[in-house]
Design a protein around this ligand. Structure first.
Ligand code: ZN
Length: 246
């Protein structure tokens, strides 16, 4: 099985198109999406359509939940909240119906999909170090688990003999063999709003036969989506941050 993993698309259809084209070249046969299709970006419905057409195995992100009114946005920062207020009235009934159908955790052996962490998934905690990775891995009963939420790629691996996960050195692009490890927790980074100072769109690729995992990057038309963000009247900072990858 070759699995293509999309995460934190955030209404950025320019980035999503580039990532989907790259994953088609990678010849994936299974598509996964780890949540936050909407929020921040100017084309949420286009992104929902693309995720549905690809038949992605999909879980619910915190921005998706906020648009549904399932999450209090008072702990969102001002720009995130402004984007939710922009996005919500633009959702078509079919968009809302689709988002409403999503679960917090989706298990499809050999993988599980969750937005933040398997440790209290409804709290949308971030896996940003071995501490949170250990908590999530304790709840993981498939070999692979795909997450997003932090917008920073990372891979943690563990075997049954040792509860402490190994973190693969953090880089914007990763290539690693997980042979010999029975638990792999992979944060695939963000398609639509990377925050690791590499502005290229990020995505994950796993080959279960080769037992290899990759985080890859692809260039996309950043200026094009910045123009759309400004035309939409979304906060200027949401355009500017895309060229910095923050
Ligand atoms: Zn996000």
């Amino acid at each position: 099985m070759r699995i293509g993993i999309l995460g934190d698309i955030h209404g950025n259809a320019e980035a999503l198109r580039a990532v989907v084209a790259a994953l088609r070249r990678d010849q994936v046969d299974t598509w996964v999406q780890v949540g936050d299709i909407v929020g921040y970006g100017p084309e949420p419905s286009v992104c929902i359509d693309m995720v549905r057409e690809l038949g992605c195995v999909t879980c619910l992100g915190n921005h998706d939940a906020a648009v549904l009114g399932l999450l209090d946005t008072s702990y969102f920062n001002n720009f995130a909240r402004a984007a939710i207020h922009w996005t919500t009235p633009r959702m078509r009934p079919s968009d809302l119906q689709f988002l409403r159908s999503l679960e917090l955790v989706v298990k499809r052996p050999p993988f599980t999909v969750v937005h933040g962490s398997l440790h209290m998934p409804d709290q949308f905690g971030y896996v940003i170090s071995q501490v949170e990775a250990t908590d999530s891995l304790e709840q993981q009963d498939t070999r692979l688990c795909f997450v997003g939420h932090s917008h920073v790629p990372a891979i943690y691996m563990r075997n049954a003999a040792d509860p402490h996960p190994v973190q693969v050195p953090q880089q914007s692009e990763i290539e690693v063999s997980f042979r010999g490890f029975d638990r792999v927790l992979m944060n695939v980074g963000s398609v639509g709003q990377p925050r690791d100072e590499d502005p290229r769109a990020a995505y994950g690729l796993v080959d279960t036969d080769l037992e290899m995992a990759w985080v890859k990057r692809v260039h996309y038309d950043i200026a094009g989506v910045q123009r759309k963000i400004r035309e939409a009247g979304l906060p200027e900072v949401l355009a500017n941050r895309l060229s910095l990858g923050v």
